[in-house]
Design a protein around this ligand. Structure first.
Ligand SMILES: Cc1cc2nc3c(=O)[nH]c(=O)nc-3n(C[C@H](O)[C@H](O)[C@H](O)COP(=O)(O)OP(=O)(O)OC[C@H]3O[C@@H](n4cnc5c(N)ncnc54)[C@H](O)[C@@H]3O)c2cc1C
Length: 343
């Protein structure tokens, strides 16, 4: 390992923060810069549904006290969007045109929610739950007992859906191929799990696609979802949950190999020897499956942050990922996913 490096990490989520902390624990002198498009320091998004259950604000979700970064000499660049990476010159460019040089780069930029083509024009009428601000907007748009129409219903959405039902909001799930993503239950199990969701208090609509979302009129609900068979669903909030699409746009043209995510070997190195990737953005080579695959969930993503950091410092260790352990029905008769667990 070189005496002093500039480690640059793109992404302030679980993977990026675990990597930063691991780098600092073992390398007291090198410069560490953590870049995030977001405005807040690292906060736990898995806990955002708490806003429906208790009085809280963004400070309650922070994983580290703000002093942690200064104490550990980790320079956090918030509200800074990376637009491109030049692997030959070992520099990246930010949206405000600043360039930043790195010795080793870790891309931990996660993923954004995927939207099917037919809903793209309705994008401005859809709500998300991916940031504190977006979550707060949903909470404020819902009157007591208000209705959410959830489109798709991946596990991130279903976590929110169960929290809404527990607080007596009405949830209509328009199921799709991506329902339960990244779990992939077979047809029979899928039907069983949809029934469990119904028993938990959700209305389930299956086998018909939404074709557009419209604004409601005066004296009506704020949104209307039009289904392929002509049915109309009225809601206060409409939210798409069709799985994640890796955030890799800024890496196009960087020279590293990309399929859907950044392709990495089991040491999490990309096809460029100074660029590494961890978390939801990367597809890891699996010799057993003879293909690249994603691994999700807090436990996997955190572990990837650690492994990437150790290899950036000169070790040679492989990830030990835990594949999807499957959805289950818990002893309360409710659906439970290992992806909802974090520490
Ligand atoms: C609301 C919510 C709840 C979730 N709940 C669960 C759950 O219960 N179970 C589960 O398995 N998964 C959940 N997930 C998915 C979860 O985010 C991931 O599995 C995991 O946390 C990903 O961590 P990460 O570090 O890879 O990326 P993320 O946590 O997504 O962090 C990505 C970071 O990269 C930054 N970034 C992206 N592009 C750029 C750019 N161009 N320039 C600068 N910065 C950039 C972002 O600002 C962010 O800081 C949830 C996601 C959301 C949105």
């Amino acid at each position: 390992m070189a005496a002093s490096q500039h480690y640059v990490i793109i992404g302030n989520g679980v993977a990026g923060n675990e990597a930063a902390s691991c780098l600092r624990a073992q390398d007291k002198d090198s410069r560490i810069t953590l870049i995030t498009a977001g405005r807040l320091l690292f906060y736990n998004r898995y806990e955002l549904p708490r806003i429906f259950h208790e009085e809280c604000d963004w400070r309650d979700f922070l994983v580290h006290e703000p002093e942690y970064y200064a104490d550990n000499h980790i320079d956090v660049r918030r509200n800074s969007f990376v637009t491109s990476v030049d692997s030959a010159g070992k520099t990246l460019t930010l949206a405000h045109k600043e360039s930043l040089a790195y010795d080793q780069l870790l891309v931990a930029s996660g993923g954004g929610s995927y939207l099917p083509e037919e809903l793209v024009e309705s994008r401005h009428l859809l709500d998300h739950f991916n940031t504190y601000r977006a979550a707060r907007k949903v909470e404020q748009s819902l009157p007591p007992g208000g209705r959410v129409v959830m489109l798709g219903g991946d596990v991130l959405g279903l976590d929110l859906a169960r929290n809404l039902v527990w607080e007596d909001y009405k949830v209509t799930l328009v199921a799709a191929d991506q329902t339960f993503w990244p779990h992939r239950p077979d047809e029979e199990t899928r039907a069983k799990f949809l029934k469990v969701l119904e028993d938990m208090g959700m209305e389930i609509i299956d086998g018909v696609r939404p074709i557009r979302v419209e604004e409601g009129g005066k004296g009506m609900s704020a949104r209307k979802v039009v289904l392929q068979d002509g049915r109309e669903l009225f809601a206060d909030v409409v939210m798409p949950f069709y799985g994640l699409s890796p955030s890799v746009d800024f890496m196009l043209g960087s020279g590293v190999d990309i399929e859907r995510g950044l392709l990495v070997n089991p040491q999490l190195r990309t096809t460029d020897s100074s660029i590494w990737a961890a978390g939801d953005v990367c597809q890891i080579w699996s010799a057993e499956e003879n293909s690249y695959r994603f691994y999700y969930g807090w436990k996997n993503v955190k572990h990837m942050g650690e492994i990437a950091a150790r290899n950036m410092m000169g070790e040679d260790v492989e990830v030990d990922t835990h594949p999807d352990e499957g959805l289950r029905v818990n002893d309360k008769g409710e659906l439970d996913s290992p992806f909802w667990e974090y520490d």
